[in-house]
Write a protein that binds this ligand. Structure first.
Ligand code: ADP
Ligand code: ZN
Length: 296
């Protein structure tokens, strides 16, 4: 089986082709420019690949409501050319194969459930901390869509006692993304994350904010696992800091041996590493294909 996968990111697009075992055989990446420039590159890539289905995990916000006239659109992004853009429809005009379509973070959590660190689990979260913060939610054995789709990067935060930074989210100022995504780190400390030493105060503060959102998620959704990805999480010292802050926040309240004794496995890096998004898109394509077969 040959399945196409697209990780449509706000910074770069990754296209790949793989099989039903989750193996990516070939992939290509290019920067996200205006759709008139980027989409022809996507189409070119798949032209000779013989994909039997294609899955897309996209930056957003996007429309994933099946009954909506704008299903498949990128909706309100400030990225030039992409607001109200029919991303899925543009590809459907060229390729008559089943398509899977979801958010980039839902794709990532799906990939992790299928082939990564959360295999076999029915409840899992994937949090990416990069240029923005996104949360993919897999609950009771399916991806959560709801009214629009979860926007867990914009949850409100309690301020760190030593932090007077006002936050950079254009909508909320000091929401989680405004306080803890890569651009917030850079604006607060005047240096990019990778330029700050591992023992810098920034990381304790970063862990404080991420741990808050994880604590809320544990209390609200009771996931079996929480996976943290994205550029900022390439700082390995963040994991123990986050686990400890979550433990302190919960203060023994949630009676689970996983939380009490296996925090290292509970809050963890993606099993698929940097490939979580692309493998997840592949998994979406695979599911779209089997859904089609089951409805014939
Ligand atoms: P995107 O979110 O655009 O898809 P990334 O997940 O790579 O891309 O996130 C990019 C953000 O992560 C930038 O703000 C960058 O400064 C930050 N970042 C990248 N690498 C590191 C690193 N090693 N340590 C800390 N921050 C990093
Ligand atoms: Zn916000």
């Amino acid at each position: 089986m040959r399945i196409g996968a697209i990780e449509a990111g706000g910074t770069k697009f990754i296209c790949g082709i793989g099989d039903e075992s989750g193996r990516i055989e070939d992939q290509i990446s290019f920067p996200t420019r205006h759709p008139d420039l980027t989409m022809p590159q996507v189409i070119d890539y798949f032209q000779d690949k013989g994909a039997e289905a294609i899955g897309i995990g996209s930056f957003g916000p996007i429309d994933i409501r099946l009954d909506s006239p704008t299903y498949g659109y990128v909706t309100t992004t400030p990225k030039p050319g992409w607001a109200n853009y029919d991303l899925l429809g543009t590809l459907k005009q060229v390729f008559s194969v089943p398509f899977g379509w979801d958010t980039d973070v839902n794709a990532a959590v799906y990939g992790e459930v299928k082939w990564g660190a959360a295999q076999g689990l029915s409840n899992c979260l994937y949090i990416t901390v990069g240029t923005g913060i996104g949360v993919g939610v897999y609950a009771e054995g399916r991806l959560v869509h709801g009214l629009v789709h979860p926007e867990g990067g914009h949850v409100l935060t309690r301020r760190h006692p030593e932090d007077d930074f006002s936050g950079v989210c254009p909508y909320h100022g000091d929401c989680l993304e405004g306080m803890a995504a890569g651009p917030a780190i850079e604006a607060r400390w005047g240096k990019k994350g990778h330029e700050l030493p591992a023992e810098h105060k920034a990381w304790e503060m970063e862990a404080f904010y991420i741990a808050q959102s994880i604590t809320q998620a544990i209390l609200l959704l009771s996931p079996h696992k929480i996976i943290l990805g994205g550029g900022v999480m390439q700082q390995p010292q963040l994991y123990p800091l986050i686990r400890e802050a979550v433990r302190q926040n919960l203060n023994g309240y949630v009676s689970s041996s996983t939380i009490q004794n296996h925090m290292d496995e509970y809050i963890t890096a993606p099993g698929l590493g940097q490939q979580a998004g692309l493998c997840g898109a592949l998994a979406l394509g695979l599911t779209a294909m089997s859904n089609q077969i089951s409805t014939i």
